[in-house]
Write a protein that binds this ligand. Structure first.
Ligand code: ASP
Length: 376
């Protein structure tokens, strides 16, 4: 990425970072002393799968991103290298290759990237046939004057950029899960809409309980955000979106301000969970704006969750009158303070998110707005 910056952009990026580029680049295992010279403490935060999958390698997404970033690689390049591990790993059924397909059995992917120092962004939605949509989103950012390219045209764009286009991104596992879903839901298409909604939800819950679908990856995505010692802030979100979605449905992940928002002067926020709730509130933008007003990442995240809760329509409320879905945010500010927040966490299902800093990669518990389970 850095090699792609022209001189003007490079100077601007340096200025945006307070010309702290003079501060030495921090090596992976170095202590915090050097990191504090620029006032930014390097950290990478991500959804929980950021510390789960290795695709046969020896490092997770956040560990890879942190190591590359602190060795001096551009922050966005480092984050994308991290999420590529998950996109390529067939074991994660919520992102990239092997992501759960749409209602017609086709894997359609969404992704967005934002580069804080240069104020640039790119995204793709409903793209088929490319395992790493985050890299295509990056090419949209680098090569075009646009922020979002969708559907068949996103695939054509990827082809013209030299990406390999594959016939099908299903794995044996995702195809079998889809077949099972189809088998269970087809007879229900003749029900009245309300009954159908309940019946579909019942099928989803049964399939999770029986192990067809990982409960954490029915909704699922990876969002990964980081800041280096220079205060360069970037973020990336990549997903196969909601399992069994209507073909062409686009969630929050590729939409700037929803699935991801970065302001190089302030910080970054990104999301996993029910994309529609996030789209309606542009919550990642809201969180970054909260941090701009001086809120800590956790408080900014809580503010956005409260907004989502307040805007939830009656058909999406549970028996307690609270949202019947979960949604999570991963937040970092330019100083390197961070948080993971979630609408719900319970003893039974404590939501965790991935962090990597000088202490290494780990999972931490997300702070919930509500205790319990969305379905209760
Ligand atoms: N937010 C994603 C979407 O709505 C899905 C997820 O994170 O689970 O497409």
């Amino acid at each position: 990425m850095r090699s792609k910056l022209n001189r003007r952009e490079f100077v601007k990026a340096g200025t945006a970072a307070g010309l702290a580029a003079a501060a030495p680049v921090t090596a992976f295992a170095q202590g915090p002393t050097m990191m504090m010279q620029s006032g930014s403490r390097p950290v990478v935060v991500a959804s929980g799968n950021g510390q789960q999958y290795k695709n046969g390698g020896d490092k997770t997404c956040v560990e890879t991103a942190f190591e590359r970033m602190t060795k001096g690689e551009d922050v966005l390049d480092a984050l994308i290298a991290g999420v590529n591990i998950i996109e390529l790993d067939p074991a994660d059924t919520s992102v990239g290759y092997g992501g759960l397909p749409n209602a017609e059995g086709v894997v359609q992917l969404d992704s967005s990237v934002m580069h804080g120092p240069t104020k640039r962004a790119g995204a793709v939605a409903s793209i088929e046939g490319v395992r790493t949509p985050s890299l295509v989103a990056k090419r949209v950012m680098e090569e075009t004057d646009h922020h979002l390219i969708v559907g068949d045209d996103a695939q054509r764009f990827a082809r013209s950029m030299g990406f390999k286009i594959e016939e099908d991104l299903n794995t044996e596992r995702s195809r079998r899960a889809w077949l099972e879903w189809k088998r269970r839901t087809d007879p229900l298409h003749y029900l009245d809409p309300k009954k159908k909604q309940l019946a579909l939800r019942k099928v989803d819950l049964e399939m999770m309980a029986e192990g067809w679908v990982d409960p954490n990856h029915f909704y699922g995505t990876v969002n990964c955000n980081g800041v280096n010692a220079n205060g360069d802030v970037c973020g990336v979100t990549t997903t196969s979106g909601l399992a069994w979605k209507i073909p062409g449905r686009v969630g929050d992940s590729p939409i700037l301000g929803a699935g991801l928002y970065v302001d190089g002067e302030v910080g970054a926020a990104g999301s996993t969970g029910r994309g529609e709730a996030n789209l309606y509130n542009l919550a990642s933008f809201l969180i970054v704006e909260g941090m701009r007003r001086g809120l800590h990442p956790k408080d900014a995240g809580m503010e956005a969750l409260k907004r989502i809760k307040a805007n939830t329509v009656p058909r999406l409320l549970n028996r307690r009158g609270d949202p019947s879905f979960n949604v999570n945010f991963y937040v970092v500010n330019r100083k390197g303070e961070y948080a993971g927040v979630t609408m719900y966490s319970s003893e039974k299902n404590r939501v965790r998110y991935a962090v990597c800093d000088e202490k290494g990669g780990r999972l931490e518990f997300a702070d919930p707005l509500l205790q319990g389970d969305p379905a209760d």
